[in-house]
Design a protein around this ligand. Structure first.
Ligand code: NAP
Length: 249
């Protein structure tokens, strides 16, 4: 029996690459984001790349900032797909911010999308899993959840809080047949941030997606992506000297 995965933030970057990877491995898909034309283009590409496979791809317009609507939109998508086995909480944003220098609105927005929007998505997914006997939730956090980075205070805070939320939810739900996999990406070449591809050890979204899907299939609690070299450096996270960060602005 084919499995079904729902991915938020599937219109670009890691979410889009995850949709391509899951479809290639025989999963049916629900893809959600704000940009419907990008989701429709993805659906058409997926169906063209997997002809005669019986692949089903449904799209849903979802703005996770509109938290009262997250549950209704996702439950509509889950209902249309039938039973959903995996939900990937991926929608997110990033931007440079400057503490005390006029970027509070931007910081609030980062927290709204990356934390409150993600928590609203987790709640809708878990409600669905509870009604159908279980499932797997995949949260896309970040290595930035483990290390304070200047000009990224709100982003680091949003991902640290999301990681903690996912860890607590994992323990809370382990006797309900609900598995939680937390993903900590390093740098992935996507639209999220200008020049992210020039940062150390950056990988393509496709490479990241392959490693994420493998971790999901193994039911891992936590996966660092790419595993090499970040896993080797993991003990240093949270302990990098301040001097490592070049002074900017
Ligand atoms: N790239 C990296 O180096 C990196 C590293 C660590 C973690 N991550 C995390 O990976 C996730 C995906 O990011 P990405 O790098 O793939 O960036 P991306 O290419 O910019 O993709 C972000 C996705 O999130 C969606 N999104 C943003 N705001 C949304 C909202 N309010 N409601 C619904 N969807 C929204 C966007 O779709 P629409 O604009 O169509 O809504 C888009 O599909 C994020 O959570 C990010 O924090 C990325």
């Amino acid at each position: 029996m084919r499995k079904t995965v729902v991915i938020t933030g599937a219109s670009s970057g890691i979410g889009r690459a995850l949709a391509l990877e899951f479809a290639a491995q025989g999963y049916d898909l629900g893809v959600a984001a704000r940009r419907l034309p990008a989701l429709e283009a993805l659906r058409d590409e997926l169906l063209a790349a997997n002809p005669d496979s019986g692949l089903r791809v449904l799209t849903a317009v979802l703005d996770v900032d509109d938290d009262a609507n997250v549950g209704p939109v996702l439950h509509g998508l889950f209902g249309a797909l039938g039973k959903v086995d995996i939900v990937v909480v991926n929608a997110g944003v990033n931007d440079f911010t400057a503490v005390g220098r006029g970027t509070f609105a931007k910081e609030k927005q980062l927290l709204q999308t990356n934390l409150i929007g993600a928590i609203a998505t987790v709640n809708a997914a878990v409600e669905h899993f509870l009604t159908c006997g279980g499932g797997q939730l995949v949260g896309i956090s970040s290595l930035a959840s483990l290390q304070a980075i200047p000009k990224q205070a709100a982003y680091c805070a949003s991902k640290a809080a999301l990681s903690m939320y996912l860890d607590a939810a994992r323990i809370e739900l382990k006797h309900k047949n609900i598995r939680i996999t937390k993903i900590l990406p390093g740098f992935v070449k996507t639209e999220i941030m200008h020049n992210v591809g020039k940062y150390p050890f950056a990988v393509s979204a496709g490479q990241a997606a392959q490693q994420i899907v493998s971790a999901v299939q193994k039911g891992k609690r936590r996966a660092v992506v790419p595993a090499f070299p970040w896993c080797l450096l993991l003990p240093l996270f949270g302990h990098f000297p301040d001097a490592l960060f070049r002074r900017r602005g």
